[in-house]
Ligand binder design. Structure first.
Ligand code: PEP
Ligand code: MG
Length: 568
């Protein structure tokens, strides 16, 4: 028996035989060609063929409602059809009299190296897309048509160094019990795909297990792969799997029911999403709307800014998916720590304290603020859309943002463009200044949504991306809990509501505390909604008020945790 650990990217337990996947080697031999023009024509033909395949795959996935997966192929298509890509290949062939395969390899390698330099997990993952695209073009040029995961004949646990979009598209999900990869992170394709399909997965295992056919246990709750388990372990996991599956089925069966506490309080449970696909998926998990649409996803992976019309279409599609349920759209939240290609950002010493989110939007409103607000107001017509501004610190910023909102409304009115006149406008409370001054800010807005991810890092001065200080950045620290209470109380005394869209809102341990503090809306990752709703149904708000009072008297995060652990 051997155990390896990685990151549980899609929770669940699977037991089955191991299928070791090794993709066909895409080896390139460099040759000198006599007729460079003929070679360029050969490349053009291969490019057209690959473009057609990518288009078909994207359409097929989109028709199946898998927008996110389809997006992977759309990105590849954009790279392939970008004239600079084709020009670079032609130049290589022309100047070096080299074969098309070698030219494609060089150009993709250069592009991958460029992307790998950007210190951002998302971009790092895009290098896999480019590599995959290059391999696909080279295979087409060499006449190799491999069918990677076709050898999978019985339901198996698939292990691979990494999985490319082409691999996953050719995979029969009925035959895949779980996915395990040697590399990858929470945003890798394997992670996205497995969450979408509801298949347990572990990424970033750090090692390959080369034992085809061996019985393995994938514990994608703790992030463990157990190879050749002994009978006792196997039996224990069979029971755990049965319990896990039964619990998941039970939770899913009641996910659409409202979360009403034992003392009759109806709690609003909504989702944090980033795409149309996630919006649809969240509904199946019982989301009663979206408390946070992170619009920055629309701005990634592209050299230019999305136009007002593109934004309008996306907001409309997502709002339509939710019907009459609310959709809270957060305006662009990017900056030094979340770079996007279409905005030129000066390097900053402390990007988390720099020019990000509304600070950027207010510095360049014609490109960043007005198009987004116009798109949102246009999409609001007949739909339940609310607008939320991130990273607000002062009343002055709110006044500036509200002036922009007023001017967009006047502009649309004058143009006779219909929009909802009662769109609520709120702010994220994620900077301590806003939390401390919540009683001053409340009269200026329609709602607050507490962003505990940033509020915690700023309150405790502990970088949320720095593992060394991760234990300090604890949202159960009394200082953070005090701020949360102050924000909720300030909102209620001014007749507005407070939600929470930071990770804390979906933490089972935090639910009694937040309910007791009077939080009005809980917004969380879609897959944890069924569990959160189930837990809320077993809580009494009256009782939770006492729990919250005890937590507020505690001196440390560990004391608060132990009060909550005892209660839960
Ligand atoms: C937060 O800061 O809590 C939040 C929800 O926003 P993000 O994680 O996108 O910064
Ligand atoms: Mg934030």
């Amino acid at each position: 028996m051997k155990t390896c650990s990685g990151l549980a990217a899609s929770t669940g337990i699977a037991i089955g035989p191991l299928f070791v996947y090794r993709p066909a080697d895409v080896r390139v031999e460099r040759r000198t060609v006599r007729d460079a023009v003929a070679e360029q024509v050969r490349y053009d033909a291969a490019r057209s063929a690959v473009a057609e395949t990518l288009r078909q795959m994207a359409e097929r996935l989109e028709a199946a409602g898998k927008e996110e997966e389809a997006g992977i192929f759309e990105i590849q298509l954009e790279f392939l059809e970008d004239p600079t890509f084709g020009d670079a290949v032609h130049t290589r062939i022309g100047e070096e009299s080299t074969n098309a395969e070698a030219a494609v390899r060089t150009v993709t390698d250069e592009l991958v190296a460029e992307f790998a330099e950007i210190e951002d997990d998302y971009f790092a993952q895009r290098t896999a897309d480019i590599q995959d695209l290059g391999d696909r073009v080279i295979r087409t040029l060499s006449g190799v048509t491999d069918t990677p995961l076709d050898a999978l004949t019985e339901p198996s646990v698939v292990i691979a160094h990494d999985l490319t979009p082409s691999d996953t598209a050719s995979m029969d999900p009925e035959r895949v019990l779980a996915l395990v990869t040697e590399v990858g992170s929470a945003t890798s394709h394997t992670a996205i795909l497995s969450r979408g399909l509801g298949i347990p997965s572990i990424v970033g295992l750090g090692a390959m297990v080369e034992e085809p056919g061996a019985t393995v246990i994938v514990d994608a709750i703790k992030g463990r792969l157990i190879v050749d388990p002994d009978e006792e372990t196997l039996e224990r996991y069979r029971r755990e799997k049965a319990a896990w599956d039964a619990r998941r089925d039970r939770l899913l069966a009641s996910a659409l029911e409202p979360a009403v506490t034992t003392d009759g309080v109806s709690v609003e449970v909504v989702a944090n999403i980033g795409s149309v696909a996630e919006a649809r998926q969240s509904l199946a998990f019982g989301a009663e709307g979206a408390g946070l649409l992170r619009t920055e996803f629309l701005f990634l992976d592209r050299p230019d800014l999305p136009s007002e019309d593109e934004q309008y279409t996306m907001y409309r599609q997502i709002a339509d998916a939710y019907g009459s349920r609310p959709l809270i759209v957060r305006t662009l939240d990017v900056g030094g720590d979340k770079p996007i290609p279409s905005i030129d950002l000066a390097p900053e010493q402390n990007p988390f304290l720099g020019q990000r989110a509304i600070r950027l939007a207010l510095a360049d409103p014609d490109r960043l603020l007005y198009p987004q607000l116009r798109a949102l107001f246009r999409a609001s017509d007949g739909r339940n859309i609310k607008i939320m501004f991130p990273m607000v610190a002062t009343a002055g910023e709110i006044r500036q943002l509200k002036a922009a909102v007023a001017s967009v409304r006047t502009e649309l009115q004058q143009a006779g463009t219909p929009f909802d006149g009662s769109v609520e406008v709120g702010i994220m409370v994620e900077i301590p200044a806003a939390a401390v001054a919540a009683h001053r800010l409340a009269p200026l807005v329609d709602f607050f949504s507490i962003g505990t991810n940033d509020l915690t890092q700023y309150t405790l001065a502990a970088d949320r991306t720095n593992e060394t200080v991760a234990p300090i950045a604890d949202y159960f620290e009394p200082a953070v809990v005090d701020l949360i209470r102050a924000v909720i109380d300030a909102s209620h005394s001014h007749g507005i509501w407070t939600g929470m869209c930071g990770e804390m809102a979906g933490d089972p341990l935090a639910l009694p505390l937040l309910l007791g503090l009077g939080l009005d809306e809980f917004s969380m990752s879609p897959s944890v909604i069924p569990d959160a709703k189930d837990r809320l149904r077993h809580l009494s708000r009256e009782e939770c008020r006492d729990v919250a009072t005890r937590c507020l008297a505690a001196e440390s995060a560990s004391q608060i945790r132990s009060i909550l652990e005892q209660y839960v």
